[in-house]
Design a protein around this ligand. Structure first.
Ligand code: BEZ
Ligand code: FE
Length: 288
């Protein structure tokens, strides 16, 4: 989440440890059922994962030097608290694809490590908390939340978070104040929401930590296209976890987290008020 050297140093450490605390606390339990671990399932899934690594060792004749470097890298992922970041960049999109095979309603994508609980609760139409001089293109995101049969979901919650114009997330970087460009907006009696914010920017994952270093060492792009994160919830309905991207973004199709999908691309249009732009996007939630 950086293009600036000095900020990236504090950012990787802050983002890593904060995301680890959140993952450890299980705050994102809206997705998980918990439950007992089945021995056969452990043997099947862990066995397949280990065999994948063993087969890479055999096929590519991995040396002891490389094995030792891998150990040191794994240790530094732990030391920097980057397990949530690494897992969400390189594996979450496959878990999401598997989950989507049995889901109805709007298209979703990954959550990522930068969601925060306890943000400003706002009624629609709402303006997200932002600095007096918040830079960036003013943007309106609006639409309706419905059930799969088209019934409007009044009182649904649209939890939204995104970076500022420089690619920084509040709560994970030094620059934006706490709660900046984050909020939970309640739909009106027609299930409609309207959110006034700023257009976010593309960003790189932190480059000074082991996830970014490994990405650069492999010659892969560390960029995520600009995106808006959303969690859309309504009682009795499965929570939709999604992101919205922007047409023309240079990083679409080459997202380091492989989370962009054509169905999730917005094409905002000028509203005629200064440089303000607007996109309309409805969300459909499936009943549980
Ligand atoms: C995100 O904020 O979207 C994200 C960041 C790093 C990894 C995966 C997702
Ligand atoms: Fe993000």
């Amino acid at each position: 989440m950086t293009t600036t050297e000095d900020q990236s140093v504090s950012d990787a450490a802050t983002a890593g440890s904060h995301a680890t605390d959140i993952a450890r606390s299980g705050a994102a339990t809206f997705r998980t059922g918990g439950g007992d671990v089945d021995q056969a399932r452990v043997a099947t899934v862990v066995g397949a994962a280990l065999e994948g690594i063993r087969s890479a060792i055999r096929e590519h004749k991995v040396t002891y030097d490389e094995f030792d470097a891998f150990k040191r890298w794994l240790i530094s992922v732990s030391d920097t608290g980057e397990w949530p970041l690494f897992l969400d960049v390189y594996l979450e999109f496959e878990v999401e694809k598997v989950a989507a095979e049995t889901q109805d309603g709007s298209v979703g994508t990954i959550l990522g490590p930068f969601w925060l609980d306890g943000q400003a609760q706002l009624d629609s139409p709402a303006t997200l908390p932002m600095r007096d001089d918040e830079p960036g293109t003013p943007m309106i995101l609006a639409g309706q939340v419905t059930d799969t049969d088209g019934t409007p979901l009044a009182g649904a919650k649209v939890d939204i978070w995104h970076t500022d114009e420089e690619g920084w997330y509040s709560g994970f970087a030094a620059k934006p104040p706490a709660g900046n460009l984050r909020g939970v907006v309640t739909t009106d009696d027609q299930g409609r929401y309207e959110i006034h914010t700023r257009k976010p920017a593309p960003y790189t994952i932190p480059l000074d930590g082991p996830t970014g270093q490994m990405t650069l060492a492999a010659g892969w792009s560390p960029w995520r296209p600009a995106h808006i994160h959303l969690l859309v919830t309504a009682p009795g309905h499965r929570t939709l976890t999604t992101q919205l991207f922007f047409t023309g973004d240079p990083y679409l199709g080459n997202d380091v987290a492989s989370a962009d999908k054509p169905e999730l691309t917005l094409d905002p249009q000028p509203t005629g008020h200064g440089d303000e732009i607007r996109s309309d996007r409805d969300f459909v939630l499936e009943a549980e």
